[in-house]
Design a binder for this molecule. Structure first.
Ligand code: ADP
Ligand code: MG
Length: 583
Protein backbone atom coordinates (compact mmCIF):
# COMPACT_ATOMS: atom_id res chain seq x y z
CA UNK A 1 0.00 0.00 0.00
CA UNK A 2 1.26 3.45 -0.87
CA UNK A 3 2.38 5.92 1.78
CA UNK A 4 0.53 8.95 0.53
CA UNK A 5 -2.73 9.78 2.26
CA UNK A 6 -5.05 12.73 1.72
CA UNK A 7 -4.99 14.60 5.01
CA UNK A 8 -8.20 15.12 6.87
CA UNK A 9 -9.83 18.52 6.76
CA UNK A 10 -9.13 19.52 10.37
CA UNK A 11 -5.42 18.87 9.93
CA UNK A 12 -5.39 20.81 6.66
CA UNK A 13 -7.11 23.71 8.39
CA UNK A 14 -4.59 23.64 11.22
CA UNK A 15 -1.78 23.89 8.71
CA UNK A 16 -3.54 26.71 6.86
CA UNK A 17 -3.97 28.43 10.21
CA UNK A 18 -0.21 28.83 10.22
CA UNK A 19 -0.52 31.18 7.27
CA UNK A 20 -3.64 33.10 8.22
CA UNK A 21 -3.36 33.18 11.99
CA UNK A 22 -0.08 34.08 13.61
CA UNK A 23 -1.11 36.37 16.38
CA UNK A 24 -4.18 37.82 18.06
CA UNK A 25 -4.21 40.72 15.66
CA UNK A 26 -4.57 38.37 12.68
CA UNK A 27 -7.68 36.82 14.26
CA UNK A 28 -9.06 40.27 15.01
CA UNK A 29 -8.30 41.29 11.44
CA UNK A 30 -10.20 38.37 9.92
CA UNK A 31 -13.22 38.70 12.23
CA UNK A 32 -13.51 42.44 11.81
CA UNK A 33 -13.11 42.20 8.04
CA UNK A 34 -15.97 39.72 7.97
CA UNK A 35 -18.06 42.19 9.96
CA UNK A 36 -17.22 44.94 7.46
CA UNK A 37 -18.03 42.67 4.52
CA UNK A 38 -21.39 42.01 6.22
CA UNK A 39 -22.09 45.76 5.85
CA UNK A 40 -22.06 46.56 9.56
CA UNK A 41 -22.21 50.17 10.71
CA UNK A 42 -21.10 49.39 14.25
CA UNK A 43 -18.37 46.97 15.28
CA UNK A 44 -17.24 46.29 18.80
CA UNK A 45 -14.06 44.38 19.56
CA UNK A 46 -13.65 43.17 23.14
CA UNK A 47 -10.41 41.53 24.21
CA UNK A 48 -9.52 39.70 27.35
CA UNK A 49 -5.79 39.72 28.05
CA UNK A 50 -5.00 41.28 24.70
CA UNK A 51 -7.05 38.60 22.95
CA UNK A 52 -5.04 35.64 24.18
CA UNK A 53 -7.94 34.57 26.44
CA UNK A 54 -10.80 35.86 24.34
CA UNK A 55 -11.52 37.93 21.26
CA UNK A 56 -15.16 38.89 20.89
CA UNK A 57 -16.43 40.79 17.87
CA UNK A 58 -19.99 42.08 17.79
CA UNK A 59 -21.44 43.53 14.61
CA UNK A 60 -24.80 44.71 13.32
CA UNK A 61 -24.32 43.38 9.80
CA UNK A 62 -26.58 41.14 7.75
CA UNK A 63 -25.85 38.00 9.78
CA UNK A 64 -26.13 34.38 8.69
CA UNK A 65 -28.96 31.89 8.60
CA UNK A 66 -28.57 28.48 10.20
CA UNK A 67 -27.17 26.69 7.13
CA UNK A 68 -24.59 29.39 6.46
CA UNK A 69 -23.60 29.58 10.10
CA UNK A 70 -22.56 25.94 9.95
CA UNK A 71 -21.07 26.11 6.47
CA UNK A 72 -19.00 29.17 7.30
CA UNK A 73 -16.50 27.00 9.18
CA UNK A 74 -15.85 24.69 6.25
CA UNK A 75 -12.66 25.12 4.27
CA UNK A 76 -13.09 27.30 1.16
CA UNK A 77 -16.56 28.23 2.36
CA UNK A 78 -17.28 31.74 1.18
CA UNK A 79 -20.26 33.73 0.02
CA UNK A 80 -18.03 36.30 -1.61
CA UNK A 81 -16.64 34.66 -4.67
CA UNK A 82 -18.33 32.20 -6.94
CA UNK A 83 -16.24 31.88 -10.07
CA UNK A 84 -12.73 32.44 -11.33
CA UNK A 85 -13.84 35.65 -12.98
CA UNK A 86 -14.79 37.12 -9.58
CA UNK A 87 -11.18 36.67 -8.47
CA UNK A 88 -10.17 39.62 -10.59
CA UNK A 89 -13.08 41.80 -9.50
CA UNK A 90 -12.83 41.56 -5.76
CA UNK A 91 -14.54 44.22 -3.73
CA UNK A 92 -14.97 42.47 -0.41
CA UNK A 93 -12.18 42.17 2.14
CA UNK A 94 -12.48 38.40 2.41
CA UNK A 95 -12.83 35.94 -0.44
CA UNK A 96 -10.62 32.96 0.28
CA UNK A 97 -13.09 31.34 2.63
CA UNK A 98 -10.24 30.21 4.84
CA UNK A 99 -10.31 32.36 7.89
CA UNK A 100 -13.12 30.87 9.97
CA UNK A 101 -12.02 27.34 9.08
CA UNK A 102 -8.45 28.11 10.11
CA UNK A 103 -9.30 30.02 13.29
CA UNK A 104 -11.84 27.47 14.44
CA UNK A 105 -9.28 24.67 14.05
CA UNK A 106 -7.03 26.24 16.69
CA UNK A 107 -9.51 27.72 19.19
CA UNK A 108 -12.86 27.43 20.91
CA UNK A 109 -15.57 29.45 19.17
CA UNK A 110 -19.08 30.51 19.95
CA UNK A 111 -20.97 32.07 17.05
CA UNK A 112 -24.26 33.81 17.64
CA UNK A 113 -25.83 35.14 14.47
CA UNK A 114 -29.12 36.13 12.98
CA UNK A 115 -30.41 37.64 9.77
CA UNK A 116 -33.28 39.15 11.73
CA UNK A 117 -35.28 35.94 11.98
CA UNK A 118 -34.64 33.04 14.33
CA UNK A 119 -31.03 33.20 15.34
CA UNK A 120 -28.42 30.45 15.48
CA UNK A 121 -25.79 29.55 18.05
CA UNK A 122 -22.88 27.36 16.96
CA UNK A 123 -20.24 26.04 19.33
CA UNK A 124 -17.11 24.67 17.75
CA UNK A 125 -13.90 23.46 19.37
CA UNK A 126 -10.68 22.60 17.55
CA UNK A 127 -12.58 22.53 14.26
CA UNK A 128 -15.32 20.14 15.48
CA UNK A 129 -18.88 21.41 15.75
CA UNK A 130 -20.06 20.61 19.28
CA UNK A 131 -23.55 22.05 19.22
CA UNK A 132 -26.01 24.03 17.12
CA UNK A 133 -29.06 25.65 18.70
CA UNK A 134 -31.53 28.46 18.16
CA UNK A 135 -30.68 31.94 19.37
CA UNK A 136 -32.41 35.30 19.54
CA UNK A 137 -33.26 37.37 16.51
CA UNK A 138 -31.08 40.43 16.96
CA UNK A 139 -29.75 41.06 13.46
CA UNK A 140 -26.00 40.72 13.29
CA UNK A 141 -23.23 38.49 14.50
CA UNK A 142 -21.36 37.94 17.74
CA UNK A 143 -18.35 35.73 17.40
CA UNK A 144 -16.18 34.91 20.34
CA UNK A 145 -12.83 33.16 19.94
CA UNK A 146 -11.44 31.75 23.14
CA UNK A 147 -8.16 30.07 24.05
CA UNK A 148 -6.39 30.67 20.79
CA UNK A 149 -3.86 27.92 19.97
CA UNK A 150 -5.08 25.76 22.88
CA UNK A 151 -4.36 22.65 20.76
CA UNK A 152 -1.17 23.84 19.09
CA UNK A 153 1.24 24.50 21.97
CA UNK A 154 4.10 25.35 19.63
CA UNK A 155 2.13 28.28 18.24
CA UNK A 156 0.92 29.33 21.64
CA UNK A 157 4.53 29.79 22.66
CA UNK A 158 5.02 32.13 19.74
CA UNK A 159 2.44 34.63 20.88
CA UNK A 160 4.13 37.83 21.96
CA UNK A 161 3.77 39.31 25.39
CA UNK A 162 0.37 40.85 26.15
CA UNK A 163 1.60 44.36 25.59
CA UNK A 164 2.93 43.63 22.13
CA UNK A 165 -0.16 41.68 21.08
CA UNK A 166 -2.34 44.58 22.19
CA UNK A 167 -0.14 47.05 20.33
CA UNK A 168 -0.58 45.09 17.09
CA UNK A 169 -4.35 44.89 17.50
CA UNK A 170 -4.56 48.58 18.30
CA UNK A 171 -2.46 49.51 15.30
CA UNK A 172 -4.67 47.46 13.04
CA UNK A 173 -7.95 48.79 14.41
CA UNK A 174 -6.56 52.31 14.13
CA UNK A 175 -5.98 51.70 10.46
CA UNK A 176 -9.35 50.03 9.97
CA UNK A 177 -11.12 53.00 11.59
CA UNK A 178 -9.27 55.28 9.21
CA UNK A 179 -10.33 53.13 6.29
CA UNK A 180 -13.98 53.25 7.39
CA UNK A 181 -14.91 56.59 8.95
CA UNK A 182 -18.56 55.60 8.41
CA UNK A 183 -18.29 52.65 10.80
CA UNK A 184 -18.35 53.14 14.55
CA UNK A 185 -15.49 51.12 16.02
CA UNK A 186 -14.94 50.34 19.68
CA UNK A 187 -11.96 48.42 20.97
CA UNK A 188 -11.66 47.43 24.61
CA UNK A 189 -9.19 45.32 26.53
CA UNK A 190 -10.21 43.84 29.89
CA UNK A 191 -13.08 46.31 29.91
CA UNK A 192 -11.20 49.53 29.31
CA UNK A 193 -11.69 51.46 26.11
CA UNK A 194 -8.71 51.85 23.82
CA UNK A 195 -10.27 53.13 20.63
CA UNK A 196 -13.65 54.65 20.05
CA UNK A 197 -14.63 56.34 16.83
CA UNK A 198 -17.95 57.97 16.13
CA UNK A 199 -18.72 56.49 12.71
CA UNK A 200 -19.99 59.87 11.53
CA UNK A 201 -18.23 59.52 8.21
CA UNK A 202 -15.62 62.26 8.44
CA UNK A 203 -12.05 61.11 7.82
CA UNK A 204 -10.65 64.20 9.54
CA UNK A 205 -12.70 63.49 12.64
CA UNK A 206 -11.58 59.86 12.63
CA UNK A 207 -7.98 61.05 12.41
CA UNK A 208 -8.74 63.10 15.51
CA UNK A 209 -10.27 60.06 17.24
CA UNK A 210 -7.19 58.03 16.42
CA UNK A 211 -4.31 60.48 16.70
CA UNK A 212 -5.67 63.34 18.78
CA UNK A 213 -6.38 66.99 18.24
CA UNK A 214 -2.76 68.12 17.95
CA UNK A 215 -2.25 65.91 14.92
CA UNK A 216 -5.43 67.01 13.20
CA UNK A 217 -4.22 70.59 13.32
CA UNK A 218 -1.25 69.60 11.20
CA UNK A 219 -2.95 67.45 8.58
CA UNK A 220 -3.67 68.86 5.13
CA UNK A 221 -5.98 67.42 2.52
CA UNK A 222 -4.69 66.19 -0.81
CA UNK A 223 -6.25 64.75 -3.93
CA UNK A 224 -5.14 63.88 -7.43
CA UNK A 225 -5.98 61.47 -10.19
CA UNK A 226 -4.86 60.04 -13.49
CA UNK A 227 -6.78 57.99 -16.02
CA UNK A 228 -6.55 54.86 -13.87
CA UNK A 229 -6.27 55.92 -10.25
CA UNK A 230 -7.97 58.39 -7.93
CA UNK A 231 -6.03 59.35 -4.81
CA UNK A 232 -7.26 61.41 -1.88
CA UNK A 233 -6.72 61.80 1.84
CA UNK A 234 -4.65 63.70 4.38
CA UNK A 235 -0.93 64.16 4.81
CA UNK A 236 0.93 65.70 7.72
CA UNK A 237 2.89 68.90 7.44
CA UNK A 238 6.58 68.05 7.21
CA UNK A 239 7.14 69.29 10.77
CA UNK A 240 4.86 66.53 12.08
CA UNK A 241 6.76 63.30 11.66
CA UNK A 242 7.36 60.05 13.46
CA UNK A 243 10.23 57.65 13.91
CA UNK A 244 8.52 54.76 12.16
CA UNK A 245 6.42 54.10 9.08
CA UNK A 246 3.40 52.69 10.92
CA UNK A 247 1.48 55.90 10.52
CA UNK A 248 1.38 55.75 6.76
CA UNK A 249 -1.99 54.19 6.01
CA UNK A 250 -2.67 53.25 2.42
CA UNK A 251 -6.10 52.05 1.41
CA UNK A 252 -6.87 50.60 -1.96
CA UNK A 253 -10.58 50.37 -2.68
CA UNK A 254 -11.12 50.37 1.09
CA UNK A 255 -8.60 47.63 1.79
CA UNK A 256 -5.60 48.41 3.97
CA UNK A 257 -2.47 47.43 2.13
CA UNK A 258 1.14 47.23 3.15
CA UNK A 259 3.23 48.22 0.21
CA UNK A 260 6.80 49.18 1.06
CA UNK A 261 7.31 50.67 -2.38
CA UNK A 262 4.40 53.12 -2.04
CA UNK A 263 5.51 53.94 1.52
CA UNK A 264 8.90 54.85 0.13
CA UNK A 265 7.42 56.97 -2.67
CA UNK A 266 5.35 58.88 -0.10
CA UNK A 267 8.31 59.40 2.19
CA UNK A 268 10.63 60.40 -0.66
CA UNK A 269 8.10 63.02 -1.75
CA UNK A 270 8.95 64.90 1.45
CA UNK A 271 12.65 64.78 0.63
CA UNK A 272 14.54 67.77 2.02
CA UNK A 273 11.43 69.00 3.86
CA UNK A 274 11.98 66.68 6.78
CA UNK A 275 14.71 64.24 7.79
CA UNK A 276 14.52 61.15 5.52
CA UNK A 277 14.55 58.80 8.51
CA UNK A 278 11.47 60.40 10.06
CA UNK A 279 8.11 59.47 8.55
CA UNK A 280 4.95 61.47 7.93
CA UNK A 281 1.45 60.63 9.12
CA UNK A 282 -0.55 59.87 6.01
CA UNK A 283 -3.94 58.45 5.19
CA UNK A 284 -4.37 57.90 1.46
CA UNK A 285 -7.37 56.39 -0.27
CA UNK A 286 -6.58 54.95 -3.65
CA UNK A 287 -9.56 54.10 -5.84
CA UNK A 288 -9.36 52.17 -9.06
CA UNK A 289 -11.02 49.52 -11.14
CA UNK A 290 -10.59 46.24 -9.21
CA UNK A 291 -9.11 44.64 -12.33
CA UNK A 292 -6.03 46.87 -11.97
CA UNK A 293 -4.99 45.28 -8.70
CA UNK A 294 -4.19 41.78 -7.56
CA UNK A 295 -4.83 41.18 -3.88
CA UNK A 296 -4.49 37.45 -4.14
CA UNK A 297 -0.74 37.30 -3.65
CA UNK A 298 -0.73 36.48 0.05
CA UNK A 299 -3.25 34.78 2.37
CA UNK A 300 -3.36 37.80 4.68
CA UNK A 301 -4.29 39.89 1.64
CA UNK A 302 -2.15 42.74 2.98
CA UNK A 303 0.18 43.11 0.04
CA UNK A 304 -1.10 43.98 -3.35
CA UNK A 305 0.12 44.13 -6.93
CA UNK A 306 -0.74 47.14 -9.06
CA UNK A 307 -0.87 47.38 -12.82
CA UNK A 308 0.39 50.70 -14.20
CA UNK A 309 2.17 51.51 -10.96
CA UNK A 310 4.46 54.10 -12.60
CA UNK A 311 1.49 56.35 -13.31
CA UNK A 312 0.24 55.91 -9.77
CA UNK A 313 3.57 56.74 -8.16
CA UNK A 314 4.05 59.82 -10.32
CA UNK A 315 0.58 61.04 -9.37
CA UNK A 316 1.22 60.55 -5.64
CA UNK A 317 4.66 62.11 -5.79
CA UNK A 318 3.45 65.18 -7.64
CA UNK A 319 0.41 65.55 -5.41
CA UNK A 320 2.47 65.61 -2.21
CA UNK A 321 5.30 67.75 -3.58
CA UNK A 322 2.87 70.30 -5.01
CA UNK A 323 1.06 70.54 -1.71
CA UNK A 324 4.06 70.96 0.55
CA UNK A 325 5.83 73.39 -1.77
CA UNK A 326 2.74 75.60 -1.90
CA UNK A 327 2.03 76.07 1.74
CA UNK A 328 3.57 78.51 4.09
CA UNK A 329 5.52 76.24 6.35
CA UNK A 330 6.18 78.69 9.16
CA UNK A 331 3.32 77.42 11.29
CA UNK A 332 0.55 79.90 12.00
CA UNK A 333 -2.52 78.63 13.71
CA UNK A 334 -5.82 80.00 12.62
CA UNK A 335 -9.28 79.09 13.81
CA UNK A 336 -11.33 77.77 10.93
CA UNK A 337 -14.49 76.38 12.42
CA UNK A 338 -16.14 75.30 15.58
CA UNK A 339 -18.03 72.06 15.69
CA UNK A 340 -20.36 71.13 18.50
CA UNK A 341 -19.03 67.80 19.57
CA UNK A 342 -20.37 65.50 22.21
CA UNK A 343 -17.82 62.91 22.97
CA UNK A 344 -18.53 59.58 24.54
CA UNK A 345 -14.90 58.89 24.15
CA UNK A 346 -13.14 58.29 27.39
CA UNK A 347 -9.79 58.88 25.93
CA UNK A 348 -8.49 59.56 22.49
CA UNK A 349 -5.14 59.88 20.92
CA UNK A 350 -3.72 56.49 21.59
CA UNK A 351 -0.29 56.59 20.13
CA UNK A 352 1.82 53.64 19.28
CA UNK A 353 5.49 54.12 18.95
CA UNK A 354 7.25 51.01 17.83
CA UNK A 355 10.92 51.64 18.00
CA UNK A 356 12.97 48.54 17.40
CA UNK A 357 11.60 46.09 19.93
CA UNK A 358 10.34 48.54 22.50
CA UNK A 359 6.73 49.41 22.47
CA UNK A 360 5.40 52.32 24.38
CA UNK A 361 1.70 52.79 24.53
CA UNK A 362 0.93 56.30 25.56
CA UNK A 363 -2.64 57.08 26.49
CA UNK A 364 -3.83 60.63 26.59
CA UNK A 365 -6.88 61.08 28.69
CA UNK A 366 -9.16 63.83 27.53
CA UNK A 367 -12.16 64.72 29.61
CA UNK A 368 -15.56 64.77 27.95
CA UNK A 369 -16.01 68.14 26.43
CA UNK A 370 -19.19 69.81 25.37
CA UNK A 371 -17.62 71.68 22.59
CA UNK A 372 -14.33 71.42 20.85
CA UNK A 373 -12.73 73.84 18.53
CA UNK A 374 -11.00 72.64 15.43
CA UNK A 375 -7.95 74.40 14.20
CA UNK A 376 -6.27 73.90 10.93
CA UNK A 377 -3.03 75.11 9.52
CA UNK A 378 -3.29 78.12 7.34
CA UNK A 379 -2.64 76.74 3.90
CA UNK A 380 -2.32 79.91 1.92
CA UNK A 381 -0.56 79.92 -1.39
CA UNK A 382 2.07 82.62 -1.17
CA UNK A 383 4.12 84.12 -3.95
CA UNK A 384 6.95 84.69 -1.53
CA UNK A 385 7.05 81.90 0.99
CA UNK A 386 9.03 83.63 3.67
CA UNK A 387 8.50 87.11 5.03
CA UNK A 388 11.29 89.67 4.87
CA UNK A 389 13.50 89.32 7.91
CA UNK A 390 16.01 91.94 9.00
CA UNK A 391 19.14 90.68 10.74
CA UNK A 392 20.17 92.19 14.06
CA UNK A 393 23.09 90.07 15.15
CA UNK A 394 24.71 86.68 15.44
CA UNK A 395 24.83 84.26 18.39
CA UNK A 396 27.86 81.97 18.78
CA UNK A 397 28.79 82.53 15.15
CA UNK A 398 25.87 80.27 14.26
CA UNK A 399 22.39 81.70 14.76
CA UNK A 400 21.29 84.93 13.12
CA UNK A 401 18.74 86.90 15.15
CA UNK A 402 16.27 88.67 12.89
CA UNK A 403 13.05 90.61 13.23
CA UNK A 404 10.15 92.12 11.32
CA UNK A 405 6.79 93.57 12.27
CA UNK A 406 5.40 90.08 12.92
CA UNK A 407 7.98 88.88 15.39
CA UNK A 408 11.45 87.56 16.00
CA UNK A 409 13.41 84.88 14.14
CA UNK A 410 16.41 82.64 14.66
CA UNK A 411 18.13 81.46 11.51
CA UNK A 412 20.73 78.72 11.49
CA UNK A 413 23.22 80.22 9.07
CA UNK A 414 24.84 76.90 8.22
CA UNK A 415 21.49 75.24 7.48
CA UNK A 416 20.41 78.28 5.44
CA UNK A 417 23.59 78.23 3.38
CA UNK A 418 23.15 74.51 2.79
CA UNK A 419 19.62 75.05 1.47
CA UNK A 420 20.79 77.82 -0.88
CA UNK A 421 23.67 75.73 -2.21
CA UNK A 422 21.46 72.66 -2.49
CA UNK A 423 18.98 74.43 -4.75
CA UNK A 424 21.88 75.89 -6.75
CA UNK A 425 23.39 72.46 -7.42
CA UNK A 426 20.04 70.85 -8.04
CA UNK A 427 19.38 73.42 -10.73
CA UNK A 428 22.84 72.89 -12.28
CA UNK A 429 22.49 69.10 -12.21
CA UNK A 430 19.04 69.24 -13.75
CA UNK A 431 20.10 71.57 -16.58
CA UNK A 432 23.56 70.52 -17.74
CA UNK A 433 25.43 72.88 -20.10
CA UNK A 434 28.54 72.37 -22.16
CA UNK A 435 30.86 74.35 -19.92
CA UNK A 436 33.67 72.39 -18.37
CA UNK A 437 37.12 72.92 -16.93
CA UNK A 438 40.08 70.74 -17.88
CA UNK A 439 42.07 69.35 -15.00
CA UNK A 440 45.78 70.15 -14.92
CA UNK A 441 46.40 66.85 -13.19
CA UNK A 442 43.92 64.20 -14.32
CA UNK A 443 42.43 62.12 -11.53
CA UNK A 444 42.77 58.35 -11.69
CA UNK A 445 39.99 56.36 -10.07
CA UNK A 446 40.56 52.69 -9.46
CA UNK A 447 37.66 50.48 -8.44
CA UNK A 448 37.00 46.85 -7.50
CA UNK A 449 35.92 44.90 -10.59
CA UNK A 450 32.19 44.77 -9.81
CA UNK A 451 32.06 48.50 -9.16
CA UNK A 452 34.16 49.19 -12.23
CA UNK A 453 31.68 47.22 -14.38
CA UNK A 454 28.74 49.13 -12.94
CA UNK A 455 30.31 52.54 -13.50
CA UNK A 456 31.38 51.52 -17.02
CA UNK A 457 27.74 50.80 -17.77
CA UNK A 458 26.67 54.13 -16.30
CA UNK A 459 29.47 56.26 -17.69
CA UNK A 460 26.92 58.30 -19.64
CA UNK A 461 25.60 59.74 -16.36
CA UNK A 462 28.98 61.34 -15.79
CA UNK A 463 29.58 62.40 -19.39
CA UNK A 464 26.06 63.88 -19.56
CA UNK A 465 27.01 66.00 -16.55
CA UNK A 466 30.05 67.18 -18.50
CA UNK A 467 32.71 65.14 -16.80
CA UNK A 468 35.49 64.18 -19.17
CA UNK A 469 35.96 60.62 -18.02
CA UNK A 470 37.38 57.61 -19.88
CA UNK A 471 38.38 54.04 -19.22
CA UNK A 472 42.02 53.84 -18.23
CA UNK A 473 43.87 50.57 -17.87
CA UNK A 474 42.60 47.73 -15.70
CA UNK A 475 39.62 48.58 -13.50
CA UNK A 476 40.39 52.31 -13.67
CA UNK A 477 39.00 55.52 -15.08
CA UNK A 478 40.69 58.80 -15.74
CA UNK A 479 38.89 62.11 -15.17
CA UNK A 480 40.36 64.84 -17.34
CA UNK A 481 37.78 67.58 -16.90
CA UNK A 482 34.66 68.48 -14.91
CA UNK A 483 31.66 70.83 -15.05
CA UNK A 484 32.45 74.42 -14.03
CA UNK A 485 30.17 74.44 -11.02
CA UNK A 486 31.85 71.64 -9.11
CA UNK A 487 32.68 72.94 -5.60
CA UNK A 488 36.12 74.63 -5.70
CA UNK A 489 38.89 72.92 -3.73
CA UNK A 490 36.71 69.85 -3.31
CA UNK A 491 36.76 68.71 -6.92
CA UNK A 492 38.39 65.35 -6.42
CA UNK A 493 36.39 64.57 -3.28
CA UNK A 494 33.17 65.54 -5.06
CA UNK A 495 33.94 63.32 -8.06
CA UNK A 496 34.64 60.34 -5.82
CA UNK A 497 31.46 60.97 -3.84
CA UNK A 498 29.41 61.20 -7.04
CA UNK A 499 30.79 57.85 -8.14
CA UNK A 500 29.91 56.43 -4.71
CA UNK A 501 26.34 57.66 -5.07
CA UNK A 502 26.00 56.01 -8.49
CA UNK A 503 27.36 52.77 -7.01
CA UNK A 504 24.95 52.96 -4.10
CA UNK A 505 21.97 52.89 -6.43
CA UNK A 506 23.26 49.78 -8.17
CA UNK A 507 20.74 48.72 -10.75
CA UNK A 508 17.95 50.95 -9.45
CA UNK A 509 19.41 54.18 -10.71
CA UNK A 510 17.08 57.16 -10.86
CA UNK A 511 18.43 60.42 -12.21
CA UNK A 512 16.09 62.58 -10.10
CA UNK A 513 17.09 60.88 -6.87
CA UNK A 514 20.74 60.92 -7.88
CA UNK A 515 20.55 64.67 -8.51
CA UNK A 516 18.96 65.23 -5.12
CA UNK A 517 21.62 63.22 -3.35
CA UNK A 518 24.53 64.70 -5.28
CA UNK A 519 23.21 68.23 -4.62
CA UNK A 520 22.87 67.44 -0.91
CA UNK A 521 26.43 66.14 -0.79
CA UNK A 522 27.94 69.15 -2.58
CA UNK A 523 25.91 71.69 -0.61
CA UNK A 524 27.36 70.29 2.63
CA UNK A 525 30.88 70.72 1.32
CA UNK A 526 30.53 74.36 0.47
CA UNK A 527 28.40 75.68 3.27
CA UNK A 528 29.70 77.95 6.00
CA UNK A 529 30.63 75.87 8.98
CA UNK A 530 29.09 76.76 12.31
CA UNK A 531 30.99 79.25 14.46
CA UNK A 532 31.86 81.57 11.64
CA UNK A 533 31.33 85.25 12.14
CA UNK A 534 29.75 87.08 9.25
CA UNK A 535 28.83 90.73 8.89
CA UNK A 536 25.32 92.17 8.98
CA UNK A 537 25.57 92.79 5.23
CA UNK A 538 26.47 89.13 4.64
CA UNK A 539 23.55 88.09 6.84
CA UNK A 540 21.23 90.23 4.74
CA UNK A 541 22.45 88.61 1.52
CA UNK A 542 22.09 85.16 3.08
CA UNK A 543 18.50 85.81 4.17
CA UNK A 544 17.59 87.21 0.77
CA UNK A 545 19.08 84.21 -1.00
CA UNK A 546 17.22 81.94 1.39
CA UNK A 547 13.93 83.70 0.64
CA UNK A 548 14.42 82.99 -3.05
CA UNK A 549 14.60 79.25 -2.42
CA UNK A 550 11.76 76.94 -3.36
CA UNK A 551 11.77 75.68 0.20
CA UNK A 552 13.43 78.23 2.47
CA UNK A 553 12.34 76.42 5.62
CA UNK A 554 14.53 73.32 5.74
CA UNK A 555 18.10 72.38 5.02
CA UNK A 556 18.52 69.51 2.51
CA UNK A 557 18.55 67.06 5.43
CA UNK A 558 15.15 68.32 6.50
CA UNK A 559 16.25 70.23 9.58
CA UNK A 560 14.68 73.67 10.07
CA UNK A 561 16.54 76.73 8.81
CA UNK A 562 14.40 79.23 10.69
CA UNK A 563 12.44 79.29 13.91
CA UNK A 564 9.95 82.04 14.55
CA UNK A 565 8.49 83.70 17.62
CA UNK A 566 5.45 85.79 16.83
CA UNK A 567 4.94 88.97 18.81
CA UNK A 568 2.05 87.25 20.51
CA UNK A 569 4.17 84.29 21.51
CA UNK A 570 6.83 86.60 22.89
CA UNK A 571 4.21 88.39 24.94
CA UNK A 572 2.92 85.10 26.23
CA UNK A 573 6.41 83.88 27.08
CA UNK A 574 7.01 87.01 29.11
CA UNK A 575 3.50 86.86 30.57
CA UNK A 576 2.87 90.41 29.42
CA UNK A 577 -0.76 90.37 28.38
CA UNK A 578 -1.78 86.73 28.51
CA UNK A 579 -4.75 85.77 26.44
CA UNK A 580 -6.00 89.34 26.10
CA UNK A 581 -3.88 89.72 23.00
CA UNK A 582 -5.67 86.78 21.37
CA UNK A 583 -8.72 88.90 20.88
P1 ADP B 1 -14.22 34.85 3.57
O1 ADP B 1 -14.38 36.08 4.38
O2 ADP B 1 -12.92 34.80 2.86
O3 ADP B 1 -15.39 34.58 2.68
P2 ADP B 1 -14.34 33.50 6.10
O4 ADP B 1 -13.87 32.16 6.52
O5 ADP B 1 -13.75 34.68 6.78
O6 ADP B 1 -14.12 33.60 4.55
O7 ADP B 1 -15.90 33.55 6.27
C1 ADP B 1 -16.71 32.57 5.63
C2 ADP B 1 -18.10 33.09 5.33
O8 ADP B 1 -18.82 33.26 6.53
C3 ADP B 1 -18.14 34.45 4.65
O9 ADP B 1 -18.02 34.35 3.25
C4 ADP B 1 -19.52 34.97 5.09
O10 ADP B 1 -20.52 34.50 4.22
C5 ADP B 1 -19.73 34.33 6.44
N1 ADP B 1 -19.45 35.26 7.54
C6 ADP B 1 -18.35 35.29 8.34
N2 ADP B 1 -18.41 36.25 9.27
C7 ADP B 1 -19.60 36.89 9.08
C8 ADP B 1 -20.27 38.00 9.73
N3 ADP B 1 -19.70 38.65 10.76
N4 ADP B 1 -21.48 38.35 9.26
C9 ADP B 1 -22.06 37.70 8.21
N5 ADP B 1 -21.47 36.66 7.56
C10 ADP B 1 -20.28 36.25 7.98
MG1 MG C 1 -13.22 36.58 5.96
Amino acid sequence: MGKIKVMDEILANKIAAGEVVEKCSSVVKELVENAIDAESSEIKIELIDSGTKEIKVTDNGYGMDKDDAILAFGRHATSKIKSERDLFHINTLGFRGEALAAISSVSVIELITSTGNIGTIVNIKGGKIESVSNGDSRKGTIISVKNLFFNTPARLKHLNNLYTELAYVTEYINKLSLSHPEIKFTLTNNGSTIISTDGAGSLLKTIKNVYGIETVKKMIDVSASNEDYEVSGFISLPELNRSNKNHITILVNGRIVKNTYLNKIINDSYHSYKPDNRYPIVVLNIKCDPSLIDVNIHPTKMDIKFSKIEGLTLTIEKMIKDKITHINLIPKIEEVKSIAYNSNTEFVGLELFRETENIIVNNDFIANEEKETYFAEKTVVLEEKMEEIYPIGLVHGTYIIGQNELGMYLIDQHAAKERINYEFYLEKLGNPTNNSIDLLFPIIIELPINEYMLIKERLNILTDMNFKIEEFGINSFVVKGHPTWLPKNYEEEAIRKIIDIILEYGNNFSILKFNEQAATMMSCKLSIKANENITLKEMEILINDLRKCKNPFNCPHGRPTVISFTNMELEKLFKRSGFESLK
